[in-house]
Design a protein around this ligand. Sequence first.
Ligand code: SAM
Length: 281
Amino acid sequence: MTTASQQKPVLRTDYQQSVASYWNNEKAPVNMRLGEVDGLYHHHYGIGEYDPAVLDAGEDAVIEEMHRLETAQADVLLDHLGAIEATDRLMDGGSGRGGTSFMANQRFGCRVDGVTISEEQVRFANEQARQRGVADRVRFHFKNMLDTGFETGAMRGIWTNETTMYVDLHQLFAEFARLIPLGGRYVCITGCYNDVTGGRSRAVSQIDQHYICNIHPRSEYFKALAANGFVPINVVDLTAATIPYWELRAKSSVASGVEEPFLTAYKEGSFHYLLIAADRI
Ligand SMILES: C[S@@+](CC[C@H](N)C(=O)[O-])C[C@H]1O[C@@H](n2cnc3c(N)ncnc32)[C@H](O)[C@@H]1O
C-alpha cells in the first residue's frame, strides 16, 4: 500500500522544477575544484580568517584555503547539534553533494539521511557514500524536504545548510516538527535580509536572481520556528566571520560573479549570515 505522501510527486511546482534543474546541471568550479581537495563537496560558504600567504602561493593554495573555510563552517553547524549518539538518526535538509552529511557521520558515527530535489546530486552523493564505505549509514534520497515521507519522530536532529531560501519556512518547519521528537534539535545556517534596514536591498535581490532563490527576512525565521514548536537556544551572527571568505573568493580564479553583491549586502548591513539552533518543545 502506498501512503498519500508517496503518491505525490517530489517536484510539485514549476519553481521547484527550475531549482532542481539548476542543481542537476550545476558544475561550478567553485564547488567542484574545492571538493576535489579531499572529497568533501560543499555547496555553502566559508567562515574564519584566511591565511594571506595563500595569495602568493598559487591557485591551488587559494582553493585549499577556501575549502578549509567551508569545512570550518560545517563544523560550526555540527557543533550546535548538541549531544548526538551513534544510535541517533539525523537528516540533512537540502543535502547537495553530501559534504556536511559525511562530516556528521564521521563525527557522531550515526545514521544520516540527506534529501535533495536534485536527482544528479542524489546519484553523486550516494556514489561518494559507496566509495567512503559508509553507504549503510549515510543515504541520500530524491525527496522534497517540505514533505519527506519519513516516519513521524524519526530524526533526533535536522539541519539545513543554506537551503531554506528555496522554500516556505512555515511549511518547512511544520514538516521538521513532525520529524523531530520532543527535545530534538534543529540547526540552520542561512543568509537572511535585515528587517531593520527595510525590504530586500538591491544587492539581496541580485543574490536571489543569481541562485533563483527567495531570501527571507530575519523575522520570518523566528515567527515560523515559534509557530511550529521550536525554541531557539543559540543564535549566532556569522556575518563578520564570512566576509574574509568572500574577499578571498573575489580574488580567486573560481569567482562566480556573485561576490560583489554578497560583500555589498553584508557590509551595508542589509543581509546577515545567521546560525540558529532551536529545540523542539
Ligand atoms: C546551496 S545548496 C546547499 C547544499 C548543502 N546543504 C551544502 O551545504 O553543501 C542548496 C540545496 O538545497 C536543495 N533544495 C532546494 N529546495 C529543496 C527542497 N524543496 N527539498 C529538498 N532539497 C531542496 C538543492 O537541491 C540543493 O541541494
